[in-house]
Design a protein around this ligand. Sequence first.
Ligand SMILES: Cc1ncc(C[n+]2csc(CCOP(=O)(O)OP(=O)(O)O)c2C)c(N)n1
Ligand SMILES: [Mg+2]
Length: 638
Amino acid sequence: MGDVVIRMCFNAHHYFVFLAAQHELVMKHNTPLKTRMEAEPQPAAPEKAAQQVPAYLTGAEIVVRALQDQGVDTLFGYPGGAVLPVYDALFQQDTITHVLVRHEQGAVHAAEGYARSTGKVGAVLVTSGPGATNAVTGLTDALLDSIPLVCFTGQVPTALIGTDAFQEADTIGITRHCTKHNFLVKDVNQLAQTIHEAFHIARTGRPGPVVIDLPKDVQFATGTYHPPEAVKTHYHPQTRPDRDAVERAVAMMAEAERPIFYTGGGVINAGTKASRLLNEFVRMTGFPITSTLMGLGAYPTSDKQFLGMLGMHGTYEANLAMHGCDVMINIGARFDDRVTGKLSGFAPQSKKIHVDIDPSSINKTVAVDIPVVADAASALEMMIEIWRAKGYKAKAEPLAKWWEQIGVWRNRKCLAYKPSSDIIKPQYALERLRDLTLDKDVYFTTEVGQHQMWAAQYLRFDSPHHWMTSGGLGTMGYGLPAAVGAQMAHRDALVVDVAGEASTLMNIQEMCTAVQYRLPIKVFILNNQWMGMVRQWQEMLHGGRYSQSYTEALPDFVKLAEAFGGVGLRAEKPADVDRVIAEMLKITDRPTIIDVCVDQRENCFPMIASGKNHDEMILADTAVAIGDVITGEGKKLV
Ligand SMILES: Cc1ncc(C[n+]2csc(CCOP(=O)(O)OP(=O)(O)O)c2C)c(N)n1
Ligand SMILES: [Mg+2]
């Protein structure tokens, strides 16, 4: 049978009648039926005829057009009844690549990986009800780590909202607390501006996830499309710093005797310009610099002014320098509890400068002396300009003494570990991974646990946007889908998910996605057969009573990789490590799981136990074997 063209005109309420007719045709002729939604062209309103001609499109077409106009080239999603019109519109275009994930949580993490590795807004499309609720963990993750996303969720038709309709969930209610903003669009004529506003909100100020809940009838209805230029946005957070505050901050820095830069994810979010300016300013001043987990890569970690990451598993020198500093320059970090430890003992003799784009982060947990509400790039630009214009110089003698003290702390070599020729130490595997990939453009993602902290400590991050980890929420299952997103954005780069075996299983289904799109991601599992981080805490807090942290049944990861259509490799002895890394690097068309069987008992140090000060670190060689190392109030903290 040749092509038959049937033109039908219906409104959303006739949709189900249409579906039934379509089904009957398919059954009768036993042939797939391709339908195409086309909006009836409508004449422009007479008074607007002279202006730019508005396009009349269906809601579904408006979604696609708005995504195209926002420069979206990749959309991560999973279909379902409530978003079929949008899927139909996607079918009929070829500028946006839709990546079919295998779970909606995977879609959001993949979009996070895409966003974090490109600096662009990540885009997600999921259906109503379970599609939306499955996305909630990813949205919360993006909110806590300030990742810009726009997530479309299908919704039941407007007339059915509130009736407990099939696959109805109160997406707006559920996502209110895990998004920067959310919208329910009831009028197709509001759809285009809502989408453009959502992208603006996601990327402006402190970035974050925005949800657009889209009832099915709105996707079918016909309305006017407005391009981004025609849309007035109402959200204009302050991004330029107050000059007076920056002048006072820079004057304080010039007087400092024991200064330290403490930088965070805000520098990465402010774009590569912010990282460039940070490099310039840190080198101009000669001050030491440390970074949070989220900020790694904004300043090269291999540089001698860099003291390593700070915080709970930060280096000895970074934490002691934070504790002993007299001027702390916080740029784009939020005094997270993993960083501050016990608040009353946090950097007790310091004056604090805090640059943050989000005014609600200022004085939230730590009172500061000079707050600067601004985006990191603008603040750094002004700091450099003022430092130069006033001819400021760091106080040479006290700064030299400060570096001398830091040198003593550095000599403690807090990341040293006992090597072994028999058993693979996780630190050794990471050192080899680092050294054997130095000549490559590597994007690292991680899961959550000990391996994540070791990755932060032992890998090298010399440029921004190459490190993706779940810092705020600590979401096991983040790394594999985030690697999918990063590899979609950087097809020729090396993308490695440093993983734990327990975390990997949380979103293992995304191996299918990687196979489907021929993504050569590497899932580098430091397999200790334990939920290592849980075991470490049980060892230190609960007298070594290992309640449910040993995973007695684990899959054979080599066979599992093969079952998905990927490649599986295993290293059992230290001598195998270089070989499996070399082998994994040869694979360019499929994902690889590398099962690195590591020491099951290794713990992650240094560690500042909950509720302790920065100068009360536990180091590998001073750690008590098993016992209640963490006691009292600290035990109640996470
Ligand atoms: C979704 C989720 N559930 C539970 C936790 C608590 N948790 C933190 S680390 C961890 C163990 C992770 O084990 P694995 O992935 O094997 O990493 P390892 O610590 O052994 O390197 C658990 C259960 C979490 N962070 N996320
Ligand atoms: Mg483990």
